[in-house]
Design a protein around this ligand. Structure first.
Ligand code: XMP
Length: 509
């Protein structure tokens, strides 16, 4: 494996994903992990991520300089480069103007890191500081117009560093640079495969569970479906799934989950019909966080009550993913907890008293999707857009009522169906309808109407932390609008949301 020391870069997870794309296992660890602990972990390579600090600031995060002496190949990226060069006798300064964006990079040395690459390539820069002088232990490998040391290498040790970001797609040859490092320099074998992962996990789950029973919440989302599919392969009839229908699901959601999931995997599925309970708790509530709180609370109560009916339930399987593990600080070698930027609902507290099984805790989302396909889940489940735990309640602005939810469900199903029909579902990351709390005047036939407005939201994003609105074709928008106004009773106006995140968020509440 390769480890990434995280200095607070927004790209640390992206580096790990890109390395895994080379079929090399990669793990993110704390930036201050001691050289002794690193030696124990015995990675084949160490990558130092970028970060928001300046190396010369007081309190700037540093690594244990002992890691440069372990003989393990090191690659510093951006802040990681500045740290490496400074630790080994170089100098880092503020650049006159912050450089952000594409830059033309000239490779002057094609050994190892840049083997097989052209002289000129485009790279992505994002920095305020840069290395202004290198010690004579280093030699330059590449430069740009403003950055004399765009990439450098140590003359004797396997230590490399670059100012630009090879992990982002705006560095088109970045994948090749990472491959040259992990395979060429570190000598990793490209052997980490999801099918092996699935087999090993299935064997581990079987051993852990023995003849006991596991329960698993199904939500229709990809993570819980993949967890359930994996467990089903491991323990078959010892798995019981629970679907809480809170009345805030999309149109036909219950049927989709039952058809698409249960028909593939003959699991024991309990459906909890809890619409009335959730709508009663939401009556009169229009504040988004209060909606979330109530929905989260009701979900836990419903799940608990159903789980108690399953007498021999011992384990609870959850779809925790690697980013959750890193961000929650749950891995002792991993980076410190970061404040989660979104308000997750749908999680279950530990007090439920089950032993946890989290078979996806080493995987990124795209790996989970690929695993789902390998396990035989249908594409429609595997490629579904994410859907928030509080469901349509946060897309029905203001107070939530059954009538409003029904209008929203209809409009939403048209938005999704038309985007699918246009072949754009996979190209967009999340597409849905929002019911606005306003009425506006319209004219239908000869009559004046005073009806609801629907906003259509469709965004493209890699990580859901930032997002841009999808440039859907006008004809598609026209069709969505016409269909919603003609087919959904109570709607006379459709708007398209053209705000990016930030400053807007993906959901409206
Ligand atoms: P925002 O609206 O914060 O959404 O830009 C980012 C992503 O998170 C989802 N989201 C939620 N998911 N519970 C969830 O499980 C929530 O309360 C919640 N709020 C937002 C949202 O759908 C998007 O994918």
């Amino acid at each position: 494996r390769v480890i990434v020391l995280d200095f607070g870069s927004q790209y640390a997870q992206l580096i790990a994903r890109r390395v895994r794309e080379q079929n090399v296992y990669c793990q993110i660890v704390r930036h201050d992990l001691s050289a002794d602990r690193i030696a124990e972990l015995a990675p084949k390579g160490i990558i130092l991520s970028g970060g928001p600090n300046s190396v010369y600031e007081d309190g700037a995060p540093k690594c244990d300089p002992g890691l440069f002496k372990l003989g393990i190949p090191v690659m510093g990226i951006c802040y990681g480069m500045q740290l490496t060069c400074e630790a080994l006798g170089g100098k880092v300064d503020n650049t006159p103007s912050r450089e952000y964006g594409r830059a033309a990079c000239k490779i002057t040395n094609h050994e190892s890191l840049f083997a097989g690459m052209p002289d000129d390539m485009e790279v992505w820069m994002s920095h305020g500081d840069q290395v202004s002088a290198i010690s004579d232990q280093f030699e330059p490998l590449a430069q740009t117009g403003t950055c004399p040391y765009a990439a450098v290498k140590h003359r004797e040790l396997p230590i490399y560093a670059m100012q630009f970001h090879p992990e982002v797609t705006h560095t088109p040859l970045g994948g090749q640079i990472l491959r040259n490092f992990v395979i060429g320099v570190c000598g990793c074998e490209a052997s980490w495969q999801l099918s092996d992962f699935a087999e090993a996990t299935i064997a581990r789950v079987r051993e852990q569970v023995g003849d006991r029973r596991v329960i698993c919440g199904l939500s229709g989302g990809v993570d819980s479906s993949v967890v359930a599919a994996l467990l089903y392969k491991a323990i078959g009839p010892q798995l019981t799934c629970i679907l809480v229908d809170n009345g805030l699901l999309r149109k036909n959601e219950q049927d989709i989950v039952i058809n698409e999931f249960s028909n593939h995997f003959k699991t024991d599925l309990h459906v909890v019909e809890a619409e009335d309970r959730f709508l009663a708790s939401l009556a009169g509530i229009d504040e988004p966080q209060e909606k979330r709180r109530r929905i989260g609370h009701d979900f836990i109560e419903c799940f608990k009550a159903e789980a108690e009916k399953i007498e021999d339930a011992h384990f609870l399987a959850q779809g925790t993913l690697y980013p959750d593990v890193i961000e929650s600080g749950a891995d002792p070698d991993g980076p410190a907890a970061t404040i989660k930027l979104h308000h997750n609902v749908g999680g279950l507290p530990e007090e439920l008293g089950f032993e946890l099984i989290e078979p996806l805790r080493d995987l990124f989302k795209d790996e989970v999707r690929r695993l789902g396909l390998e396990l035989g889940l249908p594409e429609i489940l595997v490629w579904r857009h994410p859907f928030p735990g509080p469901g349509l309640a946060v897309r029905c602005l203001g107070e939530v009522t059954k009538e409003k939810l029904d209008v929203l469900r209809e409009a939403d199903s048209i938005v999704v169906a038309e985007i699918e029909a246009a072949g754009l579902y996979r190209e967009t990351s999340q597409s849905f309808a929002v019911l606005l709390p306003v009425q506006s005047v319209g004219v239908m036939g000869d009559a004046r109407t005073y009806d609801n407005a629907i906003a259509v939201r469709s965004v493209n994003t890699d990580d859901f932390m930032t997002a841009d609105w999808s440039r859907l074709p006008y004809d598609l928008l026209a069709k969505i609008s016409t269909r919603i106004i003609n087919e959904v009773k109570g709607v006379n106006r459709v708007c398209y949301d053209i705000s990016s995140k930030p400053p807007a968020t993906i959901e409206w509440e």
